[in-house]
Design a protein around this ligand. Structure first.
Ligand code: PEP
Length: 251
């Protein structure tokens, strides 16, 4: 297996106004060589802060991304934001298929795949999120759900450079609950096999993040699981000290 450089990514969701930009600055300033020798770090603030966030992170190791993009690059889509616009804000990444988009905005795998394609066309790295619900886990369908979501939402031709997969069990997001280490290991090994069988060496080198109630206190244990190449962090990414503590645990 190739040596994979971990990615620690923060998703601020619909949180953060200008006064929270000091946390972006504190994260960027806190990414010393002890961390950047080993990991990449990314924060996805709300779109309203994107352009000023990239200015703050400019010439620092901190990458900035958006939380979603449209399937088209421009047009009559009131309220939506395109990959091209995100790239124009000098951001480098975009999340697609977050469970809150899948559930609250009823996004299908086909829509997420189209968004992932638009992201690449716009020059962004796409972080494609997948994960089972509590009911799906209880009925023993977890791996089947992951297989369907991967097949449906990851575009053909994905490479380790342009695509990151985030495994986020829906029931673990924002709940304080996490799967057992054995369950994370099973899911990540399965995702790795799926990506390898579809993308060969690119799938072997693709970063697979775990997300769902990652905190400074549990990050090291989760990151030690085979095929966990970083974390996607919601709540704990809003505070620079917590995010940086998780970065340290991911080294
Ligand atoms: C997320 O929103 O992607 C997430 C994992 O949230 P939290 O860390 O708060 O569970």
């Amino acid at each position: 297996t190739p040596d994979i450089r971990p990615l620690v990514a923060g998703n601020w969701k619909m949180n953060g106004t200008r006064e929270n930009l000091d946390q972006i600055k504190a994260i960027a300033d806190g990414l010393g060589p002890d961390l950047t020798d080993k990991i990449d770090a990314l924060i996805c603030p709300p779109a309203t802060l994107l352009y000023v966030a990239t200015a703050i992170a400019d010439e620092t190791p901190l990458a900035i991304g958006a939380q979603d993009c449209h399937t088209e690059q421009s047009g009559a889509f009131t309220g939506d934001i395109s990959a091209q616009m995100i790239a124009d804000c000098l951001a480098g990444y975009v999340l697609v298929g977050h469970s809150e988009r899948r559930t609250l905005h009823k996004e299908s795998d086909a829509t997420i795949r189209a968004k992932a394609e638009a992201a690449k066309a716009g020059g962004l790295v796409r972080v494609i999120c997948i994960g089972e619900t509590e009911a799906e886990r209880k009925s023993g369908d977890t791996l089947k759900v992951l297989e369907t979501q991967l097949a449906g939402s990851v575009p053909d031709g994905a490479t380790a450079k342009d695509t990151v997969i985030a495994y986020e069990p829906v029931w673990a997001i924002g709940t304080g609950l996490t799967p057992t280490v054995a369950d994370v290991a099973e899911a990540h090994a399965f995702i790795r096999e799926q990506m390898k069988s579809r993308f060969a060496g690119e799938g072997a080198a693709m970063r697979l993040l775990y997300g769902g109630s990652v905190k400074p206190s549990n990050a090291a244990e989760l990151m030690a699981v085979p095929h966990v190449d970083g974390a996607l962090i919601g709540g704990a990414s809003l505070k620079a000290s917590d995010f940086l503590a998780i970065c340290k645990a991911c080294r």
